[in-house]
Design a protein around this ligand. Sequence first.
Ligand code: IFM
Length: 449
Amino acid sequence: MNIRFPENFTWGVATAAAQIEGGAFEDGRGPSIWDVFSRLPGKIKNGGLPEVACDSYHLVERDVEMMKELGVNSYRFSFSWSRILPEGTGKVNEKGITYYKKLLALLKENGIRANATMYHWDLPYALQLKGGFGNREIIKWFCEYASVLLDNFGEDVDMWATFNEPIATYVGYGQGFFAPGLRDEKYARQALHHLLLCHGEAVKLFRERKPGHGKIGIVVDVWRHYPEREENEEDKAMAFAGNEIRGYGMFLHPLFLGGYSKELLDYFEENQLMPLIAEGDFETIRQPLDFYGLNFYNGLYDNADKMREREKARKEGGNYQDEPENHPEALKDVLHMLVEKYHVNIPIYITENGMPFDDASGREANLDDQARIEYVKNVLIWLHKAMEEGADVRGYYLWSLMDNFEWSAGYDARYGLYYTDYEKAERIPKKSAKWYAQVIREKGFEVER
Ligand code: IFM
């Protein structure tokens, strides 16, 4: 079978500031919520800190060289709010601006299009002290930041995403696993409402400014849940909540259909979680977008009995492990759902897709990452099928260019095409890097079936 993608398909790799840059306290950068959270005992696996990470603050030339080796035509990265505005608002840090200007110039010189995310989870800590996303003032703070970005980089960025995976703010404010580490669902729901407003206002600002030739959109990850046992009421309820109450439905409904879904509103009512919503908010949130960024990793099959066993084991300090599952076929389903249920009738980019390897499996096993190749291949096969059925997908970004700081998993989960040797600050191509370069060159691959 011949899997070929269109001539003008975007092939990319993705990273995010807090995960690769390091230079956390250099050249005037302020602390972000992740700098503070990661120092709290027990929050990050093996105590990993993002302070040096891949040292991209100093090794940006090497980053771009790796992109050239791969042959990608686009790079998805994020700006660090606290490198640009160390206090979140107010004084602009010129050294931060210089850093991103350098990155953008290098990309341009090498014919690599820039796909930039304004916010990828790293709120300036100074703003968290004022309530962060829980404070409606965040809309003003975010617009100030967006305005600095558009003024300085508007000519050089081809694609802008306002936010990456807004769900991380729910995890950080409602569940405590991510920064800032709060466990207050009501606060989290209010924070998400404000985040969506930040998105809407930033899109409006972008339309007013009309910077350069860039396009604007948002990146929402979709982990579609299915009941493992189709007729089991508990499994069905779990999958429903995973999709509509605590998953993509929280965002896709207000962004593309307008307002919160009836299911979510009922849940808010029943649990006294209704956020404060001002008149006009839903109109602000539902702005016409130029593209939608889909982060796709897997489909999930929910089983209530297995969940109970997991919970029990967790309470007893045991180690219940589900068999790892891999459902690349869910991608086709998700792409259909986006159009059929949410009327996403704009170009779609797969803005992230990838697979982690354990650091513990050792350097050699990490370099010989055939399993990652198989995983990506399968995802691309399902993507290709979906495109043949009419899905308007314009590009694919692999997560990630190199192993990096994987949030609460620290440096244990390695997602890179390049192996990062953190001690020597070296990046070494894995088997998957060579394979991906060939896929890009040949715009696809052959599959024996
Ligand atoms: O590393 C993250 C990224 O920051 C957001 N999407 C998922 C990736 C892998 O967990």
